[in-house]
Design a binder for this molecule. Structure first.
Ligand code: ARG
Length: 572
């Protein structure tokens, strides 16, 4: 059980009696005690009573003697709570016997659609897709572990006007040659060659235009050529997913093309609902509250003046299918910050059309950019956007070199395993440990450092605990009595008990830096504990208790890292 929740549950009825109605006791960690509650301050004006009086009466009624060593009114009316060691020890024992480390399965399972990764066909994945993939996959792992039904939607960009020129370029090359070029994984070169012809050659442009019409009209040969492009690109994406160790598979591709047959119905229904406005030859919806720079209302264009449907129409169709057919009540869109307004408008239109209504809700999980050491958007030496696979390979190779230099005695296979776990872990952790909405700098030195707020630091802490058990030659006994004699043991116990609360908060906010931060505090608390408290040399009872604390730390680190998509290794 989460300590904050336990104290909050105990205080709530007392507050309710004093206030004559429900009150959130707002229990949080405190620098002065273990926890504090500030709720009396907020109540004072409403009740017309001094806050210290309210706090004192609440304490009296709550009778916290069994869980708190001390509970005091302080300052203008805070409640300072110090948890009793006995109670802490009992709670830690409870964790030891719990596979889920105190984290309950959700009482209200939801169907959640996570729209993430979503690269574009015939273009290589770049670092922008890295963030979406890493954050989205963490969301999938966490929500799934809590017992929600999670649908991964990889909203591949596999449709639209560029496919005219791509298919024409493909026919120019000949199918066999094109397939060969694409299978080499150099998607960008293919795209650029098509683009260059398109820009230079009027006849090619005309062919491309006709080709789009054929594609949309379902022409069989055109469809087959299009499939070839899509399949080769999907293979490239799957290679990246494999390297990145994410849970996405080929079953999760739900490209834009999949919604093609639904687009007509979407526009018809918007029309029937009276939401459609013809503007400049296009069919638009003007959701209230969205205005451009000069204050004029902004349209969401659902059908372009040439009669084609675009990106917004597809998102409306997908959303409607997710809440309708799939019965989802939580829709997550892990897409960069620049598309913020697009999603706000899509959600507003879907709301107006009745396709998105409570309890269903949609959230855009926006994120910032990855920057290079110069503080500008990450670019390769030649000034192009950095290719994802190259970046991941570099991470693994740097981490493998580090592993080899730290531990030359390990065989190649073990070194490679560590290199992969640490390299990929470092990339993911650097991403997930910063506030999602902010930009961050990709700094190899920092993210591969063994002492800092990094994946290698946490992975090392884990492997160090595992080595204690190898030396001990035994496992921890989950029913060993827990003794909290030293301050460092107490601090560690508090962090272990904080895991459930953090996971619960991240379930709502999907701000993974809170989970990362917690794991880092836990590993730091373990380090301090391990420095001050001998484990294997301690007398019997203490030794058992400390092994149990160590084991719980390892299990929590492993589970927490797993939720972030980061592997642990038994030795490093
Ligand atoms: N393919 C788009 C891109 O690369 C991202 C799609 C995001 N998902 C969505 N439902 N619109 O920018």
């Amino acid at each position: 059980m989460d300590l904050e929740k336990l104290l909050s549950d105990r205080l709530a009825p007392a507050f309710a009696t004093v206030a004559g109605g429900p009150v959130d006791p707002v229990v949080r960690r405190s620098p002065r005690a273990d926890f504090q509650s500030d709720a009396a301050l907020a109540l004072a004006r409403r009740l017309g009573r001094p806050p210290r009086d309210i706090a004192a009466e609440v304490l009296e009624r709550a009778a916290l003697d069994d869980v708190c060593a001390s509970a005091e009114v302080s300052g203008p009316g805070f409640l300072n709570l110090v948890v009793a060691d006995r109670a802490l020890a009992a709670l830690v024992s409870g964790l030891a016997g719990d596979d889920r480390l105190g984290v309950p399965l959700t009482a209200a399972p939801q169907t959640v659609v996570v729209d993430y990764s979503a690269p574009n066909v015939a273009k290589e994945m770049h670092v922008g897709h890295l963030r979406s993939t890493v954050i989205g996959d963490a969301a999938v792992r966490l929500l799934d572990w809590l017992g929600h039904r999670v649908v991964r939607a990889n909203h591949l960009g596999d449709w639209g006007t560029p496919f005219g020129m791509l298919i024409e370029h493909l026919t120019d090359l000949g199918e066999a040659e094109a397939a060969h070029e694409l299978s080499m994984g150099d998607l960008d070169a293919f795209y650029k060659a098509a683009r260059a012809k398109f820009d230079a050659d009027e006849a090619f442009r005309e062919r491309s235009r006709l080709r789009v019409v054929a594609l949309q009209g379902g022409d069989e040969r055109t469809r087959r050529l299009w499939r070839l492009l899509v399949e080769q690109s999907e293979r490239h994406f799957l290679t990246a997913y494999d390297l990145l160790d994410v849970t996405l598979t080929e079953d999760d591709f739900r490209g834009e093309s999949a919604y093609n047959d639904l687009l007509g119905g979407v526009v018809e229904d918007l029309d029937r609902l009276g939401l459609l406005v013809r503007s400049g030859g296009a069919d638009c919806v003007f959701p209230p509250g969205f205005t451009g720079r000069d204050g004029e209302p902004l349209p969401l264009i659902v059908r372009k003046s040439d009669g084609g449907y675009g990106y917004p129409a597809t998102d409306l169709a997908a959303l409607r299918q997710r809440t309708g057919e799939l019965g989802a009540t939580r829709l997550l869109y892990v897409v960069g910050q620049p598309q913020r307004q697009h999603f706000a408008m899509v959600f507003a239109v879907a709301g107006a059309a009745g396709w998105l209504r409570p309890p269903a809700r949609a959230e855009h999980l926006g994120f910032g950019s990855i920057l290079g050491a110069d503080g500008r958007m990450l670019r390769s030496r030649t000034g192009e956007s950095v290719k994802l696979v190259g970046l991941l390979e570099e991470a693994v190779s740097r981490a493998t070199d580090l592993a080899r230099s730290k531990n030359p005695a390990l065989d190649d296979e073990a070194t490679a395993e560590i290199g992969r776990a640490v390299g990929i872990g470092a990339i993911k952790y650097a991403d997930l440990s910063t506030d999602r909405t902010k930009d961050y700098v990709l700094d190899w030195e920092r993210m591969l450092s063994l002492d800092g707020d990094t994946a290698p630091y946490l992975q090392y802490a884990y492997s160090r605990i595992r080595s204690v058990f190898r030396r001990a030659g035994t496992d921890a006994r989950p029913d060993a009595p827990v003794v909290l004699a030293e301050r460092a043991e107490r601090v560690l116990a508090m962090e272990l008990l904080g895991f459930a609360g953090v996971v619960g908060r991240v379930e709502r906010s999907l701000e993974f830096h809170h989970l990362a931060g917690h794991l880092h505090r836990l590993a730091t608390a373990f380090s301090a504990f391990y420095e001050r408290c001998p484990v294997l040399r301690a007398p019997d009872e203490l030794r058992e208790s400390r092994l149990l604390l160590a084991d719980l730390t390892a299990r929590t680190l492993r589970q927490g890292l797993h939720l972030l998509g980061i592997r642990t290794v038994e030795r490093m």
